[in-house]
Write a protein that binds this ligand. Sequence first.
Ligand code: ATR
Length: 288
Amino acid sequence: MRIDGKTRLLCLIGDPVEHSLSPMMHNLSFEELGLNYVYMAFRVTKERLETVVEGFRAIGVKGFNVTTPLKRDIVVFLDKLDPRAAKIGVVNTVLNDHGEFIGFNTDGVGVVKALEDRDLKLDGLSIVLLGAGSAGRAIAYALSEIPCRLTILNRTAEKAKSLAEELSDGLAEVSWKQLTIDSLTECVPRADILINATSVGMKPKDAETPVPKRLLRKELIVFDIVYNPLETRLLKEAREVGATTLDGLEMLLHQGIEAFKIWFNLEPPVGLLKKAIEEVRRRRLGCR
Ligand code: ATR
């Protein structure tokens, strides 16, 4: 990578960011496509967010990604939101459009694209989504644009209910329930796809799983967006019963591809990115 006087900056802000794979992915794309940009990761706390965004305006960054814990807080510092991000209330990608900072959310689309990338046609399928937090909302909105049957289960029933109500005008047939062992027992055995967008199973609570193994079966497709650990207990048990599994790196890859398209109006080198992510997966699972 050659940095010169014309190199422009893109970055990730959040806390923590040290282990993010976004710099690797986007810099690989810049190099491959000969784009004079560099992507860095900066640890930014909530208290500094406003100052940081002002700084980005001053130096004219091309755009940036936003991760935990800033995805909701960023909204008030932007000039405009893409309609979907406005509804979700959560932003993970910002484009500097000639000085106007526009917020987008590519997390949900990332999940849908990752599923479609497995040659899955989601129309008519029954999808159970666990979680109605930031990630759950983004995924639910993306799924609501597909004529599928979506059931949202969340520990706090009120959040599942209001999210389902928000989605009533979409193409999906949406229902909701409180996330309990009874609702899991009722919904999971009938589902084609199970998506975990709760934090259950994430380190340091990686001994936990949101769904008992006895409810999993070979025909189920299980997507866990948690990526620390990469193979959660849920995914391990899904693999053991012969189910198809998708992990957090799949979402990371596809949300990154969508962000790249927003910034550059260009297709990134998807094959190359997939190879790089596969290499990361191999290394991480190798040292389980
Ligand atoms: P994120 O940005 O990762 O989506 P979030 O917005 O805090 O984080 O959402 C976390 C999700 O995990 C929520 O759906 C949360 O359920 P509540 O809405 O009831 O808080 C879910 N979650 C966290 N811990 C959980 C647990 N022990 N059991 C079930 N769900 C849990």
